[in-house]
Write a protein that binds this ligand. Sequence first.
Ligand SMILES: Cc1ncc(COP(=O)(O)O)c(C=O)c1O
Length: 377
Amino acid sequence: MQLMLSAPGTSTTIDGRSYLYFGGTGYLGLQCHPQVIEAACEATRRWGVGSATNRGGWGTTPPVQEVEHRAAQFWQCDDAYYFASGYSCNHILLSAIHRSVDMLFVDEFAHFSIEDACRFFRLPIVRFRHRDAMALSESLGEHLPPGAVPLVFSDGVFASRGSLAPVQQYLEVLQVYDHAALCLDDCHAVGVLGTRGWGTYEHFGLDTAQVNDLPLSSAAPRLFATGTLSKAFGGHGGIVYGSTRFIHAARDGSDYFRGASAPATPAAAASAMGLQLVTENPEIVYRLQRNAKYLRAGLRSLGLEVDSSPVPFVGITLGDGANMARLQQSLASDQILVAHSRCYSGLDADGALRIAVFATHTTEMIDQLLTALAKHL
Ligand SMILES: Cc1ncc(COP(=O)(O)O)c(C=O)c1O
């Protein structure tokens, strides 16, 4: 196992060697932001590492409360619910809404956390072809009993490839199913997509005021999304945001609020600071999107098949696993680190070369990566 010996940033030390780093998910470069680090240190001094009790009791420390306040402010909604792990976000979402649906339709390459969450609720699950609205439509026609309510679950941005769910096509398909729900795991989209960094729905220009509410008055498809503060926002832990009644259902519907310890205090303080920094400096999201476009255009100029979305990472297949391992090693010997991801959601054993860009990379840094890649391809 290799050890990360610095905070992840554009320069990251792994096993004693410093790299120009294009790995992981610290998209806004906030993990090593001095205010994020200081917030965590100060909170630890004042309130300790954790409350050692659950949120239903006395476990809500001021930083935990602050995260929920900051998240509601960021997404301009009523309230938010913060919990210890982004991995739990899909479970918590389903806890809030599973009684209002009859059958789950899940992208075949959905993230492990979606799969785990869906299995837990023991509703019938149908998997449909990856990012294929036509296949979803056929699955619905074939499997959904008349009058039953479907829930479609997908990653908003897929963790391995950086591709987007075809949200508008899914919504067209769902129009004919009253009260259908579309759920997006937006862990790689929050703080990243849309002009305000609100995520995939904002990117596609949808009315985000309707995300994460529980209205059954209208038959139109309902929109839901989950997120994490461990990636773009530089902190740690999962988040759902939305209307008061939705957040109430999310807190009440699962045992996380009552049964598990509250999120650790330094994680909460760092997350609150991450949210504050992005709320107060929205241009950081623009910088990330500009870098994403620059990286993607650069990769295309090397002859690679990469689309022009603002997602700040790509997972590309370049020959077989051995070739990608060679490329990864060659770049590492030039002190440039990208990941060779294998056996992750949506990847086979050969895997993909996963290249992530941050808001804090300079154009020169991205050029350095592209030059090295051109040399080793
Ligand atoms: C799509 C997706 N959902 C959920 C998670 C879990 O988030 P966290 O790492 O914050 O627990 C990940 C983590 O990589 C992810 O890629």
